[in-house]
Design a protein around this ligand. Sequence first.
Ligand SMILES: C[C@H](O)[C@H](O)[C@@H](O)[C@@H](O)C(=O)O
Ligand SMILES: [Mg+2]
Length: 394
Amino acid sequence: MQAITIKQVRAYTVRGGGADYHDQADGHWIDSQIATPMSKYPEYRMTRSSFGLNVLGTLVVEVEASDGTVGFAVTTGGEIGAWIVEKHLARFIEGKQVGEIEKIWDQMFNATLYYGRKGVVINTISCVDLALWDLLGKVRQLPVHQLLGGPVRDELVFYATGARPDLAKEMGFIGGKMPLVHGPAEGEEGLKKNLEHLAKMRSAVGDDFWLMYDCWMSLDLNYATRLAQGAKAYDLKWIEEALPPDDYWGYAQLKRDVPKGMLVNTGEHEATRWGFRMLLEMECCDIIQPDVGWCGGITELIKISALADAHNKLVVPHGSSVYSYHFVITRHNSPFAEFLMMAPKADEVVPMFNPLLLDEPVPENGRMSASKLDKPGFGVRLNPDCELARPYTH
Ligand SMILES: C[C@H](O)[C@H](O)[C@@H](O)[C@@H](O)C(=O)O
Ligand SMILES: [Mg+2]
């Protein structure tokens, strides 16, 4: 039987939500005031779009096989990613057999080592990798989780990320992660407001519902330590991404200093097995949170997850829709998943990469049965109403 090979790879861009889920219309909770490393500049404090968190847009990668099957994936990457795919990575993809995923990954990574290693280059490699796994699943007529060893549980359970953990509790989620609003530049007053907001949410959700703060790289070690100490009174489950990603030393100290029982989590802006090896070996955190569309794809997340398992650490991927669900359900050390509330008021469950993917499964009552993930590949289709552009060819 003739081997099925990859005939063509194509890279497209699309704006407005999708994988670049920060690219939303005005008034969305995700673009309200949220503490960031740019919050020290008042002109960039009130929204993250003001400093360009949504400049990249979505990258869509399609890989077409010699038998006509097409796999695809989406991530944050836009035109930069499209250029990297068309002008650089295509040579390592086209002509290969659809199963040569490991070899393609190694060639893409090593060929971009001189300008990549993290950020948009690894986002782009991740997107190609996810498209290859989608293609392989479709060619073999298997969901990706079956290519990864199959489910270890019957369903996924989710915590929700958004401005309304009180509503998330009503919707059946196991916890609610809130964005931190005020950073160190707003001083004691801002710290007080952060703790008052946590207190208000704790009284709204009661004692048995996880509450977490997502600090999106915005704090310094002293502020993060004081926030954690103040949050103990309200049983904060974890403090997330308190420090910039490269401050491994700060994370290790924070993890030693937070109140006993409070978790220190990070990793969504970390990349590759080597970045996560630093977090693990320097004892930076309790749970690592790679984004499978940003850390290197499924091929790299398998390696990251095994490393974490050897360190007895949990892996709870940053929300990345079906791309993390198919992984999480196959891993013993991934006992729950993140769901990002993408409705503008965080008051209803809508698909995370809305409106880009058709058939994108969503949690019901905070849960998702494995049977929702039984279509070939990642089980989603591109929405034909979303206009794709192909800015480059090769
Ligand atoms: C809600 C957070 O501020 C980010 O927007 C979110 O993308 C990420 O940090 C998360 O953990 O979901
Ligand atoms: Mg986060």
